[in-house]
Each structure stands twice: as C-alpha cells, then as structure tokens.
Design a protein around this ligand. Structure first.
Ligand code: ZN
Length: 452
C-alpha cells in the first residue's frame, strides 16, 4: 500500500529530519523581544520550498506569516490547512538549562532546546510528512496549505485580521493544529473544541470616603456588603448561574459526545491530589459534562476595605469584584455581557461594569463528521492505540479563528510528550513523539485522500 512506502521512507530519513529540526531550533525567534523572528520565517520558507511546497512570506502588522501550499489538479480533493507557530518563548532563566537553549542536543531519546516542543518540533512534522509523501509517491491525495505565524507567544495579535483578509487563500475543509502535550499517560490525544473566556470587573462606590463604623454604623451603606449581596444573586448553592438567559445558547452534548466522555480516563482520587482538594464530588459523566459543556461564572478576586494587620473600624466605601465567564458553544461574549448588565440593572444599578481583557469565543467541531472520524482513525492506526478523544476542552484557545472566522472544522492533535517543559527551562521533545508526529500527519493525508 502506498502509505506503507511513505512510512518506510520516513523511518529511513529520521536522522536527516532531526537535523532539519535542529537547524530550526538554532535560529532564535523570540517574539516577545523581537529577536530573530524574521530570520526564522526565512529559514522556514527555505525548508518548505525544499520540501516541494510553494511558499510565500506575508507581511502582517507585526511578524510575518509563512504561508505554503501544494495544490492538486483535481479540484474535488479535500484541503487540509496546517496551522502552527514558529516563534518561541524567551529562554530565561538560562542557568536552569542543562544545555544552551539554542544549541539543540539529544540526550536519552529527547531533543532539548527552546521551541523543540512549542512549536517548531510539531509544526515541522507536517512539512516533513508532505515532503516524504511527495518524494516517495510524486503527489499528494489532498491539497495542503500551511499557515505558520510568528506571534503566537504574544497572543496572536495579527492572526484574526490575517485570516479575515485572506479568506479565499485559506479556504480549506479542515484545520489541523499540533501544539501542546499529548495525554499524560502517553496516549495520543485529539480535541474537538475549547471553552471561551471573558473577564469583567464590577465596581461599587457607596460613599465618597470610608466612614467611622461607630459614628455612622447602621445608617450608611457598606460597599463590600452590597457587593457580596449582589454576587450572591448571581449563583445558587448548586452552582447554577441565576443570570436570566445565561444558559440559553448552551448546546448539550450529543449521544456520541457522551460516549466519548465515558471513554475518557477518570481517576477522581488522583485528580483530587493533583488539584489539592479533599474529594471530587462528581461522577465521571457529570465531571466532564461540567468541564467541557457547561459555562462557569467565577469570582477571581474581591477587593475593598481593610485587610492589613490589626483592626480598622471603617465602613468601606468602595469594592471591586474581578469576574470571569468560561463560555461554551454556542455562547457569545457580547450577548452574555448584556445579560450581566440586565442583572445589574435588576439587582443593583449602582454597580459599574468595566472590561479590559479581550474575549475569546468558544469553539467546537463535531467529532461525528466523516473528516473527524478519518482523523481519529489515522491517529489510532499510527499509534496502534485508541486515542484519548476530547469532544471539547476545559481551557481556552483562539480556536474560533478557524471555526467561526474562517468557518472551517478544526481539530487539535498535540504531538509533544506531556513533560515537554514548554515555556520552561530544558524544553524538550521525545524523538519518538517527533517521528510519530510525522507518521501521523502522513497517515492523515492518506486517509483524507480516500473519497470520504
Ligand atoms: Zn507556547
């Protein structure tokens, strides 16, 4: 079978591919400090061109995007868009590294260096899969596109504008992202969505100054009590948010998603230890339904009054609560903020709401699409092991760039080991993970090339 030829060739070329990764890691590309990022874009472009990929550098308002594609003549073919980032975190603290961060070295089956796991070692697997495929079989059974950005580590400020501007160029049937770690058990992991996140502050001022709690106690309002009372109107003791319409757009898990949840590993005692709590009070399905399919309203902090040493008998005049909502599909930040404002009008119109952070919308791709099933199958065949499939994830990533802005299904398959130490000293990538990544990307290309 053709894919076997590709897999065999990847095995033969392991050393050469490791050298390509080393070259990429050697080139600094620290976006926070604007060191070497452009040079890294040029280097990556050269590697992609040598792999047989038509590559171009696109300017953005910040660091450039490296874009590449291999097109088939048959316009019916599926198009995969691979996304990754070639910028890296600063390496500090340098004295905590066992070897210099930009001089990649291999020890005990791992390559060490800044960017080995996050994300150079992962994005290059897609390029190398395409390279091997083209060299071995002459053509791909799908169209592929690559979007590698240089600003992920500073929050991708130009990604959405870029995607909006280049909708036609980026048109695809599927976006694939390999970033972050595999499951901690070592099993491959696939994720089909993320929660969104939005933050806002609630401010309350009940007097122009703090007042003497004896001289005026009982006759003027206390800003902290009023804030606490207001907060208690937002949620009940069963953790149900009481803001009117809060759950209106929440989409419940499908039967298949519930099945996926039930296949997820679950060890409540171990989790309790990791989280530092006495006990996890939820059964498996409830635990994951809450984590992946339910929004939360969280008080991140409350400020006000006297919290220093000793006593200070005052009636505080000011209080601030820092709040966060984790949104699930298909909630929209603007809609929710209006609902919060309505709640304020109803219960305490003196409260003022402000927002500083940018919102991240939730994102979801159905794991039941043919394309999704083909990806799951590819991963399973590569690893000869069932992947851990998350129908969503508790955390937040800007995945909506693909599903909502570009309007394309998006699947995340991290290739790095769970202890990759991304953003930390001694960042590393297991060589097995690196090579398995190349095999997985090649297998996905092969599977999606069959008529789905
Ligand atoms: Zn990172």
């Amino acid at each position: 079978m053709s894919i076997e030829k590709v897999q065999a060739r990847i095995k033969e070329l392991e050393e050469e591919y490791l050298e390509i990764l080393k070259g990429l890691v050697r080139q600094k590309s620290i976006s926070t400090e604007d060191i070497g990022v452009r040079e890294c874009a040029d280097l990556l472009k050269g590697i992609m061109e040598k792999a047989g990929i038509d590559t171009a550098i696109y300017e953005t308002g910040g660091q450039p995007v490296v874009y590449g594609e291999v097109k088939r003549e048959n316009s019916e073919s599926i198009t995969i868009l691979f996304y990754g980032h070639y910028d890296v975190q600063p390496p500090e603290p340098l004295d905590k590294w066992d070897s210099p961060p930009f001089e990649p070295g291999v020890r005990k089956g791992r390559i060490y260096g800044r960017g080995t796991g996050d994300n150079k070692g992962q994005l290059i697997t897609h390029v190398l899969a395409v390279k091997t495929y083209l060299e071995t079989l002459g053509s791909l059974p799908v169209n592929v596109k690559f979007l590698f950005e240089g600003e992920e580590e500073i929050g991708s400020p130009n990604l959405i504008p870029f995607v909006q501007k280049h909708q036609e160029l980026l048109k695809a049937d599927l976006v694939l992202t390999s970033d972050g770690p595999m499951h901690e058990s070592g099993a491959p992991l696939i994720a089909f969505g993320v929660r969104g996140v939005m933050n806002f502050d609630l401010h309350l001022k009940t007097a122009s100054t703090d007042n003497h709690s004896g001289n005026k106690g009982g006759v003027i309002p206390n800003a902290i009590w009023e804030m606490v009372e207001f907060l208690s109107t937002m949620k009940d003791e069963k953790d149900q948010v009481l803001i009117s319409g809060f759950y209106d757009d929440v989409v419940a898990p499908t039967a298949y998603e519930r099945e996926l949840i039930n296949n997820l590993p679950y060890d409540p005692d171990r989790l309790a230890t990791v989280y530092g709590v006495d006990k996890i009070h939820h059964e498996k399905e409830d635990f994951y339904s809450r984590l992946l399919f339910k929004p939360t309203l969280t008080i991140n902090g409350i400020r006000g009054g006297h919290i220093g040493e000793g006593t200070k008998n005052i009636i505080p005049c000011e209080s601030t609560a820092k709040m966060e909502i984790r949104l699930v599909y298909d909630q929209e930040p603007e809609d929710l903020i209006n609902k919060v404002k309505d709640h304020i009008q109803r219960y305490n119109p003196s409260i003022r709401l402000t927002r500083e952070e940018e919102d991240m919308r939730p994102s979801k791709t159905s794991a039941e699409l043919d394309i999704s099933k083909a990806v799951i199958r590819s991963v399973e065949q590569t690893f000869s092991e069932k992947p851990v499939v998350y129908p969503g994830m508790g955390g937040s990533l800007p995945d909506y760039v693909w599903t909502k802005v570009l309007g394309v299904p998006s699947i995340m398959i991290p290739y790095a080991n769970a202890d990759e130490a991304n953003h930390a000293p001694n960042e590393n990538l297991k060589l097995d993970c690196f090579y398995n990544g190349i095999h997985t990307s090649a297998r996905i290309i092969y599977e999606l090339g069959k008529n789905l």
